[in-house]
Design a binder for this molecule. Structure first.
Ligand SMILES: Nc1nc2c(ncn2[C@@H]2O[C@H](COP(=O)(O)OP(=O)(O)OP(=O)(O)O)[C@@H](O)[C@H]2O)c(=O)[nH]1
Ligand SMILES: [Mg+2]
Length: 428
């Protein structure tokens, strides 16, 4: 972190104002050279000519001295006219004066490493920038101001308090453990598990709010998945034939259904297949089910496949124009051929998305956070009826504390950190 980094903080498009950000020990020296000042006063706004070898422009320049800046280092922001060539040239000039081009997310990474923001706050900044709805932006801004971090720290502290009690109980002789003590531990563990489950479901709503909900079409071969896919997409994206086993690859499209956005995936029909390509298609179909937010299970008969999904599964009876089919127990009955039931299905789909996105969520979360909370939940639930195994319980609480630490960045492995920051844009 001894280097001084530079990058455009605004998009490289024509726009009224373009901003360049410089962070690191040489930031004020480099900016000073550009505007002809030997020294810059922190937090003073300079309106000055800025010249490079090729361009002259008028700039508004502000110097934030460490540690009172976004990154916690010396930071200078240069606001100029938003022409990409001009911005490029000034960035190049900064590099000539000793800065290096910032990697994606490097400003945020420095903010995190300098303790200016926790990892979830850094992620929330990115989520706020990319929020697709006002509700999503609102929950990201709550996380950014520390709401989610506070929840995790509270869980950690409750976990620690319980662990202290467990450790204290371990100090009793095995035969002497007071039964009342175990009873209290059992109750406290149950309360902790409940707290985790509540926050897990809030986190899940946060994730759903932030993304385009994924709807997957599954069922046996030839039931009309691709036909429905094409109907909902309004174009022929999947191949349809009268032969079973036509679709193999996953076919995904973002569609607008009654004015709301969702991501639709057509899959290979599920059956015992012998053809290697079809087998691979079926594997992919099963895998995509686990990432879905909603599954449409299409079938032409009452008997359904055992679909393993942790999300809502709607049973859709297809081809109801073929007269001999009686719809029993299906949530929807459709015929793409006659159009029967299609508008009801579309309304339900848009209602599902609107329902998922209409709630106010107290913090935004990502799949990574949910995975960690689920792991904690699993570890603790496994011990909920065996609190008498005090050593195991103490270990489980320590492990859970560690998993929660991964969410806020206390114990996050370097490769995960690298992955998180690499998804940021340059200049953030
Ligand atoms: N009569 C009638 N035929 C339909 C309807 N929907 C689909 N079909 C026909 O059923 C056959 C199979 O349709 P697909 O959409 O390819 O079925 P699929 O489920 O994608 O099949 P796989 O890709 O093999 O798993 C085609 O001949 C379609 O024309 C419908 O509503 N009514
Ligand atoms: Mg198909």
């Amino acid at each position: 972190m001894n280097t001084t980094i530079v990058a455009p903080a605004t998009a490289m498009v024509e726009q009224p104002i373009g901003i360049i950000r410089i962070s690191g020990p040489k930031a004020s020296r480099i900016a000073g050279k550009l505007i002809g000042k030997t020294e810059m006063t922190p937090r003073q706004v300079y309106v000055s000519g800025i010249s490079t070898q090729h361009f002259v422009d008028q700039a508004v320049v502000i110097f934030f001295q460490a540690p009172y800046s976004f990154t916690g280092e010396d930071v200078v922001e240069l606001q100029m006219h938003g022409n990409p060539h001009l911005i490029n040239r000034v960035v190049f000039e900064c590099i000539k004066l000793g800065a290096v081009m910032a990697n994606p997310g490097e400003f945020s990474q420095r903010a995190y490493l300098n303790g200016k923001l926790s990892l979830v706050q850094v992620e929330a900044v990115a989520d706020l920038i990319h929020a697709k709805s006002e509700k999503a932006a609102l929950s990201a801004s709550k996380s950014m101001s520390g709401a989610f971090c506070k929840v995790i720290r509270q869980l950690q502290s409750d976990m620690m308090a319980l662990r202290v009690e467990v450790e204290a109980t371990i100090d009793f002789d095995e035969d002497d453990i007071p039964t009342l003590g175990l009873d209290v531990l059992h109750k406290k563990l149950a309360i902790l598990i409940q707290e985790i489950s509540t926050n897990l479901s809030v986190a899940k709503s946060g994730v759903l709010l932030a993304k385009c909900p994924e709807v997957v079409l599954v069922g046996k071969p030839n039931v009309g998945k691709s036909t429905l896919m094409n109907e909902l997409c309004g174009s022929s994206v999947s191949i349809i034939t009268e032969h079973a086993g036509t679709t193999r690859d996953l076919i995904t499209r973002d569609i607008i259904c009654n004015g709301v956005a969702l991501r639709l995936t057509d899959t290979a029909g599920l059956r015992a297949a012998y053809d290697p390509a079809e087998q691979e298609g079926i594997e992919r179909a099963k895998k995509v089910l686990t990432d879905a937010d909603l599954v449409l299970h299409l079938s032409t008969e009452d008997e359904l496949l055992p679909i393993q999904a942790n999300v809502p599964v709607w049973r859709v009876r297809t081809k109801i124009d073929l007269g001999d089919i009686q719809s029993q127990g299906a949530d929807f009955s459709i015929s793409v051929k006659t159009g029967a039931g299609i508008s009801a299905l579309k309304s339900a789909l848009s209602g599902f998305v609107e329902g998922a996105q209409s709630q106010e969520v107290p913090f935004s979360a990502r799949q990574r956070h949910i995975d960690a909370l689920e792991r904690v939940h699993e570890v603790l639930v496994a011990l909920s009826d065996q609190v008498e195994h005090l050593d195991m319980l103490a270990d489980a609480l320590a492990q859970s504390h560690h998993y929660l630490g991964q969410i806020i960045g206390e114990t996050t492995p370097d490769d995960v950190l690298g992955e998180i920051f690499s998804q940021f844009c340059i200049g953030k």
